[in-house]
Design a binder for this molecule. Structure first.
Ligand code: HXC
Length: 531
């Protein structure tokens, strides 16, 4: 008998309602609160991690946890597993409230068989997912797991399948959020990937399909856990993590903040707050915020923060595909999703990652009734062999698809460049944009002056006495003709050319005018977004 078994309490025969049975219950409860035992809890703490129960406590309103399945244990005997039976089977599940709103939670307990997922463990998660879906409440998973429990073989795989199937069923119905707070290995990565938002914590969390040892065997690459799947990878390179925090406490606060923008399900409107900021606030310095030279970069964040309520912006995937900025904010108390090109990075050009990042965010907002506000300063799609070969056509099409498919109110403001296919992509009138504004500084053209003059005037430039000067002159001529918002406004593609300082008030008025928007589309099973 090993240490685990010695600790577990044997079944006792008692008279119903006796103090014996009550004591037995209390003893059993005390045992289950210890998870995999004090020694393993100590190791968990030494690694800088909280336990499954401590994490739930950090996240929820005090005393609001309503646990279910606390006594569940696996009944596997292969590989001597009867000696590793822990109450709860390595996952704590239940409902709770966060700022008074109902959520369902599961929290994997690494102290019990490494938080691994066997069949009983999976069925506990499945039960919580079913309850969350039936009740229309967000699902929050806390992942700290070695993946499929090897000793349970195909039953573990079946368990994962049951979870993935429900993730997909619930997608677009209730918000699904995962915090990866330790290892998330093997099968453990795909439920987070099917969720709407993934949080990670620096130094303690990592996620990979195959671990460093398997990588070494198969490819010969020597790589650490952090290098393979730490926060620096998933926050900045792969785009798997939407939020990275320094500590678990910060992660929990960040989850609460995110929830404050989200409805509990797709049939509700997002939570409206009593506005504190002035809706009619005129922002004078926006009138001069665009640099005089169209080639000069500027920080789109400065514009976002000035426009939204109280300068509060919850940025999503802030370190990945930084040439596009996405995140949540409020306009006069009403939650919005902001999508904005970032001229400071790659001049704001759209590439594969930026298209994928924005498309997914737009689809989330659309699924959960969050209006979209798009700020446009885009010189086009990023040219390059590697972008073409990796499929910018396919990935750029995701953005076209997402904007066209979205039926929430869609507002846009062109601050400077809106060029070519990228102009069309960024919430244009032609993809169903409801209100499209442009600043006086907007330049709306099929191509930038440099590229256009080379194509239109190749022979003329070659014949000129001073080809370089001629080219510059022609570029300037082209710019004068196209580099303004008025041609598009004359054609009705732009609803108004506005003074930048009035942007907040114009957006708030437009949003208010669209809150009753209803748009129906042809009935179909589902569209076929280019993947
Ligand atoms: C069973 C496991 C396990 C697993 C860990 N444990 N992973 N038990 N199945 N997959 C157990 C350990 O035996 C140990 O038990 C306890 O969990 C803690 O693990 P340690 O290794 O002591 O902890 P640590 O050093 O922190 O390392 C954690 C780890 C490592 C990085 C997660 O355990 C590891 O690499 N595990 C394997 C990860 C992996 O390759 N998973 C993929 C599985 S296949 P004791 O009793 O000593 O406390 C898969 C495919 C599914 O998931 C596909 C679905 C579609």
């Amino acid at each position: 008998m090993n240490e685990n078994n010695k600790k577990s309490i044997p079944f006792k025969r008692s008279h119903a309602g006796s103090t014996d049975t009550l004591n037995e219950l209390l003893e059993r409860r005390e045992e289950l609160l210890k998870g995999g035992g004090e020694a393993r809890i100590e190791i968990q703490h030494q690694k800088g991690k909280y336990t499954a129960r401590e994490r739930i406590k950090l996240l929820i309103d005090p005393n609001s946890f309503n646990e279910v399945g606390a006594f569940v244990k696996h009944d596997v005997h292969d590989f001597n597993m009867q000696t590793k039976r822990f109450p709860g089977d390595g996952v704590v599940t239940g409902s709770a409230t966060i700022n008074g709103r109902l959520v369902y939670i599961y929290s994997q307990d690494f102290t019990c068989i490494g938080g691994t997922l066997g069949y009983a463990h999976a069925q506990k998660i499945v039960r919580i997912m079913d309850l969350a879906l039936k009740s229309g409440a967000p699902l929050i998973g806390m992942s700290d797991s070695g993946g499929a429990r090897i000793q349970e073989g195909v039953s573990s795989l079946a368990g994962y399948g049951d979870v993935f199937y429900r993730n997909v069923n619930a997608s677009g119905v209730i918000p699904q959020i995962t915090a990866i707070l330790g290892p998330s290995a093997g099968g453990g990565v795909y439920s987070p990937a099917l969720n709407d938002f993934v949080f990670m914590t620096e130094n303690t969390s990592y996620a990979f399909v195959t671990g460093p040892e398997v990588v070494k065997t198969v490819t010969g690459e020597d790589v650490s856990f952090e290098e393979l799947g730490g926060t620096s990878v998933h926050g900045a390179k792969s785009g798997v993590a939407h939020f990275v925090n320094e500590s678990e406490e910060e992660t929990m606060e960040h989850i609460k903040k995110l929830l404050s923008y989200l409805p509990s399900n797709n049939l509700e409107d997002p939570p409206i707050l009593e506005p504190r900021d002035v809706p009619g606030r005129i922002i004078e310095d926006l009138d001069t915020i665009i640099p005089p030279d169209p080639k000069d970069p500027y920080d789109i964040m400065a514009i976002i923060l000035r426009i939204v309520d109280d300068r509060e912006f919850l940025e999503v995937q802030e370190n990945w595909a930084k040439n596009i900025v996405v995140g949540f904010a409020r306009l006069n108390g009403y939650p919005i999703g902001v999508v904005a090109n970032q001229p400071n990075v790659l001049a704001g050009a759209l590439n594969i990652d930026a298209s994928t990042k924005a498309a997914r965010f737009i689809r989330f907002c659309d699924a959960f009734n969050i209006p979209l506000v798009t700020l446009v300063d885009v010189p086009g799609f990023l040219p390059g062999v590697s972008q073409e070969h990796q499929g910018i056509i396919r990935h750029g099409a995701k953005l076209l698809f997402a904007y066209s498919e979205a039926t929430v109110p869609k507002l846009s403001v062109i601050t400077r460049k809106a060029v070519g296919g990228a102009y069309i992509c960024m919430s244009s009138k032609h993809l169903g944009g409801d209100i499209n504004f442009a600043w006086h500084s907007a330049e709306i053209a099929v191509m930038g002056p440099e590229g256009a003059t080379k194509i239109l005037y190749r022979r003329e430039i070659a014949k000129a006495d001073d080809p370089e000067r001629k080219e510059k002159e022609l570029q300037e001529e082209y710019r004068q003709f196209f580099a303004n918002p008025f041609i598009a406004a004359e054609k009705g593609y732009i609803d108004d050319v506005i003074q930048p300082s009035s942007t907040r008030v114009r957006l708030i008025n437009s949003l208010w005018s669209l809150l009753g928007k209803r748009e129906t589309r042809p009935k179909k099973k589902h569209g076929n977004i280019p993947l």
